[in-house]
Ligand binder design. Structure first.
Ligand code: NAD
Length: 389
């Protein structure tokens, strides 16, 4: 019996799903199998994960079964937790066994970066997945019950005013104001406190947008600490560099992300991610492609860029083409960094955005974010999935 060659994709995030959908129609050799491995049997709309915290959303709004997205006849899905990649033996090690590969696509996403801050890992919640967001939601719910009895609102602190921190804060301020009324908890002056190491929210973004976002959030009772990084975290204490000690009932850490640590040792790492060549291959490897949050994507000047869902999508598509070119024969396509921009939501009805150099805010920006989501849903699941969204 001849054994087929294998393309193994680890991670069913944006890049992994795009590659898994596109590869079967591109590979023209029948003796190749495609295997997709993920710890969950669903794909997550991670860019909407902060919305889970406001209690109106359920798993079906934020996730979609992988079986609905891939052609099961052509792509074999395996639910397993990847623990290592052994590049010498060319196997993916999972908690339940080993999966040999001939070509590997690494798209495992990211994990919170803790920057060795003492106590932070044990005393904070994070927002990296649907289940983590559910835990935040449950903890807030429990705090509201407690606060109702003691008649005092909880102290909720968000660490890091980057994209995740600001979207979460927008969501929380919207919802908390309603929940306090429902629970008959007196509305405090500060609804959410945000601690940021840099002098602004959304560091690196256009100043006019960050100023607008800050004003909107401050108007809803957000208190910011700027240029004052978190340096130590205890069970109910948060120490800042300035020496100030805050006392959170709930601390959510949104201070940054790093590529999944699984593949740490075998690859060249830069900015907490795997460096890639112009074809999205891990530097130094002909048979391993990397995309999305795990890849250190650089601009034309070689400067690492923050990961976005758009970058992951483009890289997933290019990798599908390049893997097919390796198998069928043909030219590989170069990845060229292009920044489309971002929209940052500020709760249920508001957002600020910078897309292709144009600035948007308010309900229009929020509507555009919704439209981009529907466009993405259509791109991975077609009209059938779109109609259920
Ligand atoms: P991030 O790196 O964008 O932001 C982290 C923030 O935490 C930064 O502002 C940083 O200065 C701050 N920080 C770091 N250490 C700190 C400390 N000790 N104390 C206080 N503050 C500290 O990370 P993120 O917000 O998790 O986003 C991760 C990636 O996901 C980003 O690259 C982003 O592009 C992407 N993302 C995009 C969107 C969107 O486009 N709407 C939404 C969410 C995430």
């Amino acid at each position: 019996m001849t054994v087929n060659s294998r393309v193994v994709i680890i991670g069913a995030g944006v890049a992994g799903i795009r590659a898994a959908k596109d590869l079967p129609r591109r590979i023209r050799k029948p003796d190749w199998d495609i295997v997709l491995i993920d710890q969950n049997n669903y794909h997550q709309y991670l860019y909407r994960i902060h919305e889970v915290c406001n209690m109106e959303y359920d798993q079906k709004d934020i996730t979609v079964p992988i079986a609905r997205l891939i052609d099961g006849e052509k792509v074999e899905f395996k639910k397993a937790v990847v623990t290592n990649v052994d590049t010498k033996r060319k196997v993916v090690v999972t908690e339940t066994g080993e999966e040999p590969y001939d070509i590997l696509i690494v798209t495992l996403g990211s994990h919170p970066a803790y920057f060795n801050i003492p106590g932070i890992r044990d005393n904070s919640l994070t927002l990296g997945s649907f289940s983590e967001a559910q835990i935040v939601r449950e903890r807030i719910h429990a705090l509201l019950e407690k606060s109702e009895k003691r008649g005092k609102a909880p102290e909720i602190i968000v660490g890091g005013a980057g994209f995740t921190g600001i979207e979460l804060t927008g969501e929380l301020t919207d919802s908390l104001l309603i929940w306090y009324k429902e629970h008959r908890i007196p509305t405090p002056e500060t609804i959410v406190t945000v601690v940021e190491a840099m002098p602004t929210i959304l560091p690196g973004w256009k100043e006019e947008l960050t100023a607008e976002g800050r004003k909107i959030l401050e108007g809803r009772g957000v208190r910011f600490y700027f240029s004052d990084p978190v340096v130590k975290v205890g069970e109910n204490t948060l120490e800042l560099k300035s020496g100030e000690v805050l006392k959170p009932d709930l601390f959510i850490w949104t201070g940054g992300v790093a590529g999944d640590p699984v593949c740490g040792t075998d690859f060249e790492i830069r900015s907490r991610r795997i460096t890639i060549d112009e074809y999205c291959r891990a530097r130094g490897y002909e048979d391993i492609f990397v995309a999305g949050d795990m890849a250190c994507t650089t601009n034309s000047e070689g400067i690492p860029q923050p990961p976005t869902a758009h970058i992951a999508m483009v890289q997933g598509d290019i990798i599908a083409r390049n893997v097919a070119a390796m198998i069928n024969g043909g030219e590989m396509t170069k990845y060229e960094f292009m920044r489309a921009g971002e929209i940052v939501t500020l709760g249920r009805t508001n957002a600020i955005g910078d897309l292709f150099g144009l600035h948007f805010s308010g309900a229009l920006a929020k509507l555009m974010k919704k439209f981009i989501h529907l466009w993405y849903v259509n791109s991975i699941g077609g009209l059938g999935l779109l109609k259920d969204s």
